[in-house]
Design a protein around this ligand. Sequence first.
Ligand SMILES: [Zn+2]
Length: 122
Amino acid sequence: MIDRQPKDLYLTCQSCRNRFLYSREEQRHNAGAARPSICPACRTLERLTRRRSGVIEWYSRQRGFGFINEDDGGSVFVHVSSFREPGRVRPNKGLAVRYHVQMTEKGPRAVDVELAAPAEEG
Ligand SMILES: [Zn+2]
């Protein structure tokens, strides 16, 4: 008989080298997926520091803010002042952007936002 029940595993984080628990529940949840190579803390850190990409979901030029649909799910607030070239960029629904996410007291917001593709003139 092969024991098909997953067991709690302790993995070594490839980033901080700490050992972390990869629980049976997580394994069941990720059924078939590769084992995580970094620990939950490093994953969170990476999520917050990695340059991310998404598409503008909606944007109000009158009010100067909108939301970005993130490629890896969820959406994040974006303000006109967060664009790298505020004068040149005309944010539009459907525009692909790259940015960092910064935590503020009001929640996450996109900062250092740039267009993923060169802006079209006109
Ligand atoms: Zn780690």
